[in-house]
Design a binder for this molecule. Structure first.
Ligand code: FGO
Length: 420
């Protein structure tokens, strides 16, 4: 991976100094934890080897400082599988010390009274991005820290635009026009998208949409209909292609033109693209003002049911991870937004941004970004309800309005306890 070769030096190479050349950071952790008196499990939703290596290398470095304790990252499948397994662990009474959690997951785990107050465990937030910290704070209590938070950005194929003499679009309206023109000339849809709640949110938020008004969830707003229609029109014009399985970055070809995707995809896009890759903030309603990205990626929570020694190690690990240098290395190796405000002052960050100017789009986009609702049923709503309806509309089975009206009705039924 290009990104690793250039900037991966920090943690990955550092890890290699404690182990032999053939072993991975994961092997090193096993050795560290085998002799530890306290093992703090960290359940996570990273499925790719590269992200797992970055996380494991961080744990290796921490473990070297942790005396007779260790942090043991354990992959649990993707994010949804992770939250399912965590809920099963609550029921079985075998919870890990810590885990990744979206804001809505925190709300749900709080209802089950499972998450620990991080402030009282000594987790410090003084130099962390305020918005991220606020999003993991409920009723004034900190329950999570931003660990790997992403924003969506616009990835594009510079060569394709050049080939057809097309401009880089500056607004959503221009984007639609350029996508149509280039697709017509290329003979294939050039805007690739996952028909998901995430892609929909990029357009919806960029058009000024809000999921909640006065604390009430509203999925079928006029802006929502407009956002879905915008996407449906591009599909109908053969300018947009739904990617229905797998990551877009795993399928890039020379007819790929554009996508709106998580910044955590940056290392994957960079290593997969056989063309000149462009990365810019999302397009919005007005030229010169970026669109509004969806904030994704997760926080880390500590569980109450872990024992006191494990909780203490977990809290120490979070403070370690969020130090400026470690935050900078983690973020730049993965494409996530640095959690620490001080990360950008570090030499690691500065040298990375020089070699990888695309990452500037991620940093800029972070100022133009928003969250999905922090309600405990949101995971079910975003996947089982909203996304199902988005897919129906994209497949031409429903109008945008019918799809979002159905989503609203189903969400209300779920929230009122009429359905599960
Ligand atoms: C993913 C998911 C949620 C929720 C949003 C929620 C649950 C979305 C979206 C559904 O950390 P992010 O930015 O990116 C992910 C990261 C770890 O896997 O790396 C990205 N990745 C991995 C491999 C690859 O080849 N390319 C690549 O980009 C991966 O997307 O999180 C974005 C994608 C989704 O998982 O399909 O967050 N999401 N809100 N998931 N369960 N609950 O509330």
């Amino acid at each position: 991976m290009k990104l690793y070769a250039t900037i991966g030096a920090g943690l990955v190479i550092a890890a290699a100094t404690v182990v032999t050349a053939q072993t991975t950071p994961g092997d090193a952790i096993k050795a560290q934890c085998a002799k530890a008196a306290t093992v703090a499990e960290f359940w996570h939703g990273f499925t790719s080897a590269s992200q797992q290596n970055v996380l494991n290398a961080l744990a290796v470095e921490f473990n070297k400082t942790a005396g007779d304790a260790c942090v043991l990252p354990i992959p649990q499948g993707n994010y949804s599988e992770l939250s399912t397994k965590l809920k099963a662990s609550f029921a079985a009474g075998k919870v890990p010390a810590m885990a990744q959690a979206f804001e809505n997951n925190i709300a749900q785990y709080l209802e089950a009274d499972k998450v620990a107050n991080l402030g009282s465990l000594g987790v410090r937030t003084q130099y962390l991005q305020k918005r991220f910290v606020e999003a993991a704070t409920f009723n004034g209590v900190l329950y999570g820290v931003p660990f790997n938070k992403s924003v969506q950005v616009m990835y594009y194929n510079k060569d394709l635009l050049k080939k057809f003499n097309a401009p880089v679009p500056g607004t959503l309206e221009e984007f639609a026009k350029v996508a149509r023109d280039v697709s017509a000339k290329a003979g294939a849809p050039v805007f690739w998208f996952q028909p998901s709640s995430s892609t929909y949110a990029a357009i919806f938020l960029s058009l000024g949409g809000k999921y909640e008004t006065a604390g009430k969830l509203k999925l079928n707003t006029d802006t929502g209909v407009k956002a879905l229609q915008w996407l449906m029109d591009l599909v109908a014009a053969k300018a947009a292609k739904p990617i229905t399985s797998g990551f877009i970055n795993g399928q890039l070809s020379d007819t790929y033109g554009f996508s709106f995707d998580t910044s955590a995809g940056l290392p994957f896009y960079k290593s997969a693209a056989k063309f000149n890759l462009g990365v810019l903030p999302l397009v919005g309603a007005k030229r010169g003002v970026p669109g509004t990205a969806l904030i994704q990626g997760t926080n880390v929570v500590i569980f109450k049911d872990a024992n006191a020694a494990q909780e203490k190690v977990a809290a120490k690990f979070l403070n370690f991870s969020l130090q400026a240098r470690n935050s900078a290395i983690f973020a730049t190796q993965t494409g996530y937004v640095p959690s620490s405000d001080l990360a950008s002052e570090t030499p690691e960050f500065k040298s990375f941004i020089e070699k990888t100017p695309e990452y500037a789009a991620v940093i800029k986009q972070a100022r133009f970004s928003d969250y999905e609702p922090r309600i405990s049923d949101w995971e079910a709503i975003r996947f089982n309800i909203l996304e199902t309806q988005i897919k129906e509309a994209i497949a031409g089975k429903k109008t945008a309005k019918d799809a979002l009206d159905t989503a609203q009705k189903q969400a209300e039924d779920l929230l009122a306890g009429r359905t599960k």
